[in-house]
Write a protein that binds this ligand. Structure first.
Ligand code: BDP
Length: 330
């Protein structure tokens, strides 16, 4: 290549990249992502990786920013906002989604999954597809199922070994009637409340405790104010990285493929990070003075919570098939 051709090539390349910059800034807006968790949480790291991959693979056509720590609002509000397209993407527990998307409620039924590996397997198959279809109908596109382990009760009063130990305790639950029914089935007093208000509420005695997985119990410092963590593991609720259908529909098919693949890859990463964080969180809370007790027999909890199924299926008879699909799976 002689000097003149080289110069022309360079000018050409500069022009192309200048046009690309103009094109990007004129056409695309930065997507806004909602996340309730602290920045070093497995969910948060996976969301950052998701957006980085999308930006890279679309050559900067799609960029986004994840707002951590719930700064864009509470989870029930954010679910409504993503459905309306005010928020572009987010990572949600299927727990609070149940109020507006009935299909998601099947995974909020106590003890519905036998184990975490079973939950993965079913969510990555037909069960996940059925739930995802329900979400699509309500304006949310699932991109990947994230792990949130199993939720257990914790409180500042006493260790829980049997359902009778829950009697009279004031327990915060996520906003969903199912969880109110679940606590009431053991004669506890359930208080639906936003995640961000729980620490102060336990501290000041508005509630005695709550229920959550070890990483959330630890990352929120709830363990500092509620020292008894009892391994009831009554709920295994998967989570979802989702995009607003509104935002999704503005993407080209090629961009949609990239977004979906990045969502899947981020779920794989999140599940790995989750395992490590669970172990680390258990250690942190125990070093911090938490008394952890195992439940010798979970049978009485399952029996006490059985009415939750009856109430739910009476109100949603069309979901009986999906419930059975999970309950009869190996
Ligand atoms: C955490 C979930 C988060 C919920 C929170 C809660 O990851 O999405 O908001 O529980 O209890 O485990 O509200």
């Amino acid at each position: 290549m002689n000097a003149t051709t080289q110069r022309k090539t360079l000018i050409g390349a500069a022009l192309v990249s200048a046009m690309a910059i103009v094109g990007t800034s004129a056409g695309a807006k930065e997507l806004r992502g909602w996340n309730i968790h602290v920045e070093d949480y497995p969910v948060s790291i996976a969301m950052e990786s998701f957006m980085a991959e999308v930006a890279e693979k679309t050559g900067g056509e799609i960029t986004g920013k994840t707002y951590h720590n719930g700064v864009l609002g509470s989870q029930p509000d954010a679910i409504e906002q993503i459905r309306l397209g005010i928020i572009d993407f987010g990572e949600f527990s299927l727990g609070p989604m149940g109020q507006s998307i009935p299909e998601t409620n099947v995974v909020s039924l106590p003890f519905i999954f036998k184990s975490i590996p079973q939950m993965y397997e079913l969510m990555d198959g037909e069960v996940g597809e059925a739930i995802g279809a329900g979400m699509m109908e309500k304006g949310m596109v699932p991109l990947g199922w994230y792990d949130a382990g199993a939720r257990s009760f914790y409180n500042s009063v006493r260790p829980i070994n049997t359902p009778a130990d829950v009697e009279g305790l004031k327990v915060r639950v996520m906003s969903n009637d199912l969880f109110v029914g679940m606590v009431e089935s053991m004669d506890g007093n359930a208080t639906p409340m936003a995640f961000g208000e729980v620490y102060q509420s336990i501290k000041t005695g508005v509630v005695d405790g709550a229920e959550n997985n070890p990483p959330s119990y630890e990352s929120t410092n709830h363990f500092e104010v509620a020292k008894y963590y009892s391994l009831t593991e009554h709920l295994i609720i998967p989570e979802c990285l989702c995009m607003s259908l509104n935002t999704w529909e503005k993407l080209t098919p090629e961009q949609q493929t990239i977004v979906k693949e990045a969502g899947q890859a981020s779920a794989t990463l999140q599940r790995e990070l989750w395992q490590a964080r669970e172990a680390a969180s258990m250690k942190t809370v125990q070093d911090g003075g938490t008394t952890v007790n195992k439940i010798a027999d979970k049978g009485p909890f399952q029996a006490a919570m059985a009415p939750v199924y009856q109430t739910f299926l009476a109100a949603n008879p069309d979901l009986q098939g999906l419930v059975d699909m999970i309950r009869t799976a190996d």
